[in-house]
Each structure stands twice: as C-alpha cells, then as structure tokens.
Design a protein around this ligand. Sequence first.
Ligand code: SAM
Length: 287
Amino acid sequence: MNLFSIKDITALLTRHGFNFSKSLGQNFLTEAFVCEDIVNLSGISDSDCVLEIGPGIGSLTTKIAPAAKKVVSVEIDKKLIPVLGETLADFDNVTVINEDIMKCNLKELIDKHFDGISPKVCANLPYYITSPIISFLLESRLFSSVTIMIQKEVADRICAKAGTAAYGAFTVFVQYYSDPEFLFKVSADCFIPKPKVESAVIRLNTRETPPISPKSENLFFRVVRASFAQRRKQLVNGLFSEFKSVISKEEIINILTSLGHKPTVRGEELTIQDFSDISDALFSFCN
Ligand code: SAM
C-alpha cells in the first residue's frame, strides 16, 4: 500500500469505513517529499525519541519512524486507530496512543515511553487547535525542539520581527520559549481533503533559559497581552486599562519615557526586552 497515492488512501479509508472530520482538522498529507523534508529539517537522528501529534493514517509517521529511536503518536480519533494498526504494522518502534493531546500528562508520557529523555516533537498539527497545542508544549519545557506544520498565517506571526504587522502577543510568547525558524511553505494541493489555507513548516528551537529575565514571568505576560489587546491604540491605553487599579496614566507615561519610548508608542514597536523592562518598572506598583 502506498500512503501517498490518493487511490490507495481512498481504498484504505473506505475499507475502514472512515469519513474525514472537519472539526478534528483532518487534512492528510499526500506528498512523500513534504513528509521527508519535515523529518530531515527536524534534525531527528537514530538516538532521538519523537512525539507526534495527530498521526492521521500514518503518512508522516512512516517517515519519522526509520529516522528515530522511538516514536509515540497521539491520535484523538478512535476510528483511525485500526487504520494505524494496519499502516504502521511494520514499525516496531512506534506506539500509538488514542488520546486528546491537550489531556495528556506530558511528563508521565515521557517518563513511561522515553525513560525521561527529552523528546523532539514532529507533527502536522490539527489547525483548529494550533496555538493551544504550541502553548501547551512550550510551557511544559519538556521538548528539545518542535517541528510542526501549521497554517502559514500562524507561522508568519510566530516568526515575525518587532515593528511588522504580523508581530503580536503570540510572537512574544513563542519567542520567549524558543528561537523559531520558518522552514518552508506547503501548498494546499499536498493534502486530502485540501485545506482552505496555505501551510508552512516551522521549527521551534526551544531555549534552556529565556532571552530575558523579568522579575515576574506572570507580570511580563500580562504586560504583553495588555499591550496588544487594543492593537491600533497606543500602548499607554492598553496598559492603563489592565493596571488602572494600581497606577495612573501619568505614571505609565513616565515609565515609558524614562525607558526611552515616546508616550505614543504602540505595542508592535517593542522588543521582548522592552516588554521585560516595562514589566519590571510596573513590578513595584503591583506588589
Ligand atoms: N499526520 C497526518 C498527516 O500529516 O497526514 C494527519 C495530520 S491532520 C492535519 C491532524 C490530525 O490530528 C488528525 O489525524 C486528527 O484526527 C488529529 N487530532 C485532532 N485533534 C487532536 C487532538 N486534540 N489530539 C490528538 N490528535 C488530534
């Protein structure tokens, strides 16, 4: 069986009585070269343990398995489990778990299946839940790298530079935990069924320590979210609406100007270091 032939995929799925679920983000890759490029650029070697999220019918899994020491693939759709039993039968280093990735205890999974060794993530993510999965993985700080296919628009946001339209709170969040690299674009023609959007593959090289050391991580992320909450408005208004119980508008303007910013500065103009400096200046007001 060729997992990259539309004819074979259709026959396989018909035999298993499987229907695609739009709500589970089921768009399966039909191009072997895309799967091979994802695996090559993820840097997986035969000493690596790999977590795959959403194996689908196993197209990407069949390319990860020969390159890795061990693979655990977490698939939410129980109808795909017998399909994967068939397509992955030749690989003795793959374990399929029928679960919602967001409900997995990642630490327990790693201890149980990978003897506690920090794994790499390699996946074609379900697009309806891209950002929550990325946040879940990064906040766990359990992975050495995360190579994923996602919507191109989200990839652009993650890799954006300060001062550009795509730069926002999620950019800062992801860049706090990792150094993201845009790898390549993937056309909608490479999937069955075709998604409505263009896709891209990125690699998040996770950081051992963040690029900044704010006095309070919680306060730092509160500042970042508040700074982008009213996107086209000036930063001072976003910060004031979040922190008005502890600080006046004039005091916020004083903080901004003392840090070398114009009172009219907007969130998208600031670097991660700038947000850290502002959150440190707010620290004494909040504690
Ligand atoms: N890896 C396959 C490929 O590249 O052809 C399928 C990728 S498809 C975009 C996403 C897969 O994630 C689907 O198989 C879907 O059932 C699964 N999925 C959706 N939500 C999930 C969740 N919360 N946890 C685990 N798997 C999920």
